[in-house]
Design a protein around this ligand. Structure first.
Ligand SMILES: Cc1cc2nc3c(=O)[nH]c(=O)nc-3n(C[C@H](O)[C@H](O)[C@H](O)COP(=O)(O)O)c2cc1C
Length: 189
């Protein structure tokens, strides 16, 4: 089984989403040591904005091939300006490719990669859950659920840490809870 770990936070060692994505990968590989892990760091190895040339890469981009070859994807992202880091958007621009990960039909778009399992480690400075004033401007989790659903991944698992900008204690507790939650994860049969 192949696992692709994608991280996109710019904050390196201090990153909450990286701590959580690492805990997810650690739990999954502890449960199945045969898992082959590939990591892609979109902050240290940033992809350029999408261009027409990249879109038309003969045979597809290496990023798409790497994604298609993976059974499990772990995505780490912090909320930046109410949405995902642009580094992660540049990666998604190489993954949502007509004919490869989705296709249009007379009945509407159809996702083609529903057999993959996706875990998302998402950290946010404020609170954006249901009923919170911030819920209306949550465009990170909602966006990721939309694009993953579009390519057929309708049941991603999100591990959230929120309120990280409130104070150090709130942050520590939220990150520890998310890391603990990640520790119990398994890949569904
Ligand atoms: C450039 C930048 C923009 C941010 N924008 C938001 C935001 O719009 N809403 C929010 O709740 N937190 C925001 N934050 C706080 C981050 O979501 C929070 O620190 C999160 O943990 C970042 O992920 P990381 O720790 O993995 O880098 C922002 C942080 C940075 C660095």
């Amino acid at each position: 089984m192949k696992l692709l770990q994608i991280d996109s936070s710019i904050t390196g060692e201090n990153s909450a989403s990286r701590a959580i994505s690492a805990a997810i990968v650690s739990a999954l590989t502890a449960a199945d040591p045969a898992i082959e892990v590939t990591t892609r760091d979109l902050a240290t190895d940033a992809l350029p904005h999408l261009t027409l040339d990249v879109l038309g890469t003969p045979g597809g981009t290496p990023e798409l091939a790497e994604f298609l070859a993976s059974d499990v994807i772990v995505i780490g992202a912090g909320m930046y300006n109410f949405t995902i880091p642009s580094q992660l958007k540049a990666w998604l621009d190489r993954i949502l490719i007509a004919g490869q990960t989705f296709r249009y039909t007379a009945e509407g778009p159809v996702g083609l990669v529903g057999d993959k399992k996706v875990f998302v480690a998402l950290s946010r400075g404020g609170y954006y859950g249901e009923g919170q004033p911030g819920a209306a401007v949550e465009h990170a989790e909602t966006y990721l659920r939309a694009v993953l659903g579009f390519i057929g991944i309708t049941n991603p698992t999100f591990i959230l840490a929120e309120g990280l900008a409130i104070d150090a204690e709130t942050r520590a507790k939220a990150v520890a809870a998310a890391v603990a939650e990640a520790g119990d994860l398994v890949i569904p049969a």
